[in-house]
Design a binder for this molecule. Structure first.
Ligand code: CP
Length: 293
């Protein structure tokens, strides 16, 4: 695999190979690369989990993470994304992890001679989040085929929803959505359900963060109203199947997408998702940069 840009580009075999290697790393540990490798993590949008878990994965593989802070870079002098990336290549980086607000920013990077791992592009794709979500689902159920998954919340702005829909349908899961009308995507039309009905059948309830920075949600919903109408709360929790799981990519708006007492509840795997993110990113880095020695 030369790059990881979107889940659309991965076959079922690619996905299963990455997940199974991540599960092996989790169970048996990992040996660092024998040859020295250098990665720059270029984050043009804020991040806690994705950036830090790539840094952790790189440390465990013995890869040097080259510091880059967009606020102190020559981007402020007008340097383009392409020239920033070409500079990293010229300086000796073996690969780049990039998060950027522009959908499909990576289409500007044709001509780059080093691999790119997409850490999230606007509302487009978030492939490593999807892979860690898939790893967590597979760890729980041992299969994707026939699982009922409901993705709920701010669908239209969510790269996580887009990547997970592509991947889960490819793997044989049944995906439906639940969202306020203004956050539904027209082309998904008949896949929308009322959450109270969908969650009673669901094996996986995947909540999405309300992306305040991409719209003015507060104009229509208070936190409590959103939770009552569209979020996970104790009333809905009682209707879930007993072996179903609650997922959320985080950061979580506690009390909004999910009631405070459920975030770390028995059926929540939110912090397990984050933990699995390190193993998935180690697996992706191994896939892209070559076998760990
Ligand atoms: N889930 C996720 O991508 O979190 P960060 O924005 O903190 O990286």
């Amino acid at each position: 695999m030369d790059n990881l840009l979107s889940m659309e580009h991965l076959s079922e075999a690619d996905i299963m190979r990455i997940i199974k290697r991540a599960l092996d790393f989790k169970e048996n540990g990992v040996q660092p690369f024998e040859e020295k490798k250098y990665i720059a993590n270029l984050f043009f949008e804020n991040s806690t989990r994705t950036k830090t878990s790539f840094e952790m994965a790189e440390a465990k593989l013995g890869i040097s993470s080259i510091p880059f802070d967009v606020n102190f870079s020559s981007v402020s002098k007008g340097e383009t994304l392409y020239d920033t990336c070409k500079t990293m290549e010229a300086l000796g980086c073996d690969g780049l992890v990039i998060r950027h607000s522009e959908n499909k920013y990576y289409e500007q990077l044709v001509g780059l001679g080093i691999p790119v791992i997409n850490g999230g592009d606007g509302s487009g794709s978030h492939p490593t989040q999807s892979l860690l979500d898939l790893m967590t689902i597979y760890e729980q159920f041992g299969t994707f085929k026939g699982l009922d998954v409901v993705i709920a919340g701010d669908i239209i702005h969510s790269r996580v929803a887009h990547s997970n829909q592509q991947a889960l349908e490819k793997l044989g899961a049944n995906v439906v959505f639940s969202a306020p009308p203004e956050w539904q995507e027209a082309h998904q039309g008949d896949a929308y359900r009322v959450l109270d009905e969908a969650l009673a059948e669901a094996d996986v309830i995947m909540l999405l963060r309300v992306q305040h920075e991409r719209h003015d949600i507060r104009a229509r919903f208070t936190k409590d109203d959103y939770n009552r109408l569209y979020g996970m709360n104790m009333k809905r929790y009682d209707r879930m199947k007993k072996n179903a799981i609650i997922m959320h990519p985080a950061p979580v708006n506690r009390g909004m997408e999910i009631s405070e007492e459920l975030v770390e509840g028995e059926q929540s795997v939110i912090f397990r998702q984050m933990k699995n993110g390190v193993f998935v990113r180690m697996s992706v880095l191994t896939e892209i940069l070559g076998s760990a020695g």
